[in-house]
Design a protein around this ligand. Sequence first.
Ligand code: PLP
Length: 401
Amino acid sequence: MERVVYSDNAATTPISKNVYNAMLPYLTSGYGNPSSLYSLGREEKKAMDQARAYVAKSLNCEPNEVIFTSGGSEADNLAIKGLFFSGKLPKNKRHIITSTFEHHAVLYTCEFMERIGYDVTYVNVDEQGHIKLDELEAAINENTALVTIMAANNEIGTIQDLKAISDICHKHGVLFHTDAVQAMGHMRIDVKELGIDMLSLSGHKLRGPKGTGALYCRKGIVLEPLIHGGGQERGKRSGTENVAGIVGLGEAVRYADENLESSMEYVTKLRDRLIEGVLKIPYTKLTGDPVNRLPGTASFVIECIEGESLVLRLDLAGIAASTGSACSTGSLDPSHVLMAIGLPHEVAHGSLRVTLGEQNTEEDVDYLIEKITYVVKTLRDMSPVWDEKINGQPMLKLFDK
Ligand SMILES: *Cc1c(COP(=O)(O)O)cnc(C)c1O
């Protein structure tokens, strides 16, 4: 049989067996409404409380500081819009600071806030994807209410110094939200130790179900709900709860939390083996911080190839990987993340992201290295740009200056 290697775990992850088993009763016999008074319903409420306790334990917060949502995007939206729409902030507090390379769930929410009259500053990152802390501090003014910076980047895997960021925020009386969707379940996060006021997470990025997520919101911070109605989630998020999904999310967090050290060690080893193999391809560079990066994330730019062609050919070899060099969007621009770390256009066009998980094996990694090396060579053999780079002479002169 043809080999299949799923190596796009930053896009989504397969539900684990334990998550599936935990959810199953709530898709069959456990269908009660958790708000009901009778026993079918109380059981569901209990299961949700357990899930909330697992999330709280992992983050080191109180269970009533966890609001379940429909995913990471909703959690990001709730943190940002909810804070400003609460009407509880002083009148002048209308300024948000974020970075240029956030996930679109944060970036486009901030752009929306600008359209309705709020001010947003987009702080730059360095070539490895670290927030420029001096720029961050300089951007804070007396109107600043919120800083929102992701814990770890979804394209290049760079992990931020969250403590340093929260220290700056709190020194100036500003709240700190972090999108930890990529980080959760892949590194230790203690919201108290790190000084995080709000944190977003998503179930399907840590082997839980899609359409589940949560926002941690520190006690005392008032949010206006995005969804009004029956008052579920202590009035912060109405709508009959996705009980099976919440149970699945809770189990995914519990499992990740209990196995974190061993899983980080295992996945990091696979990732480093992959990086070592791929960097043997000439004119190839690792993107992001070489050390402070997510355990599973291997991201590269490979010169003189086109990221989309590479990914499509890898697909033919049974490999699921991704690229930030999308032409399919109709724009020729590489992703905003690759632009933010200052890569020249022509280099950013050859980006490849391979994200591993604990379900991957050493054999998977060797297969990935073999196929990536082969496909890159094939693509370069057909490329006039490569020919010019290697021979100093264009194979075809396409354009005159
Ligand atoms: C996937 C992702 C999201 C969105 O989460 P969903 O649960 O898919 O809505 C937000 N932020 C980051 C960094 C992500 O990787």
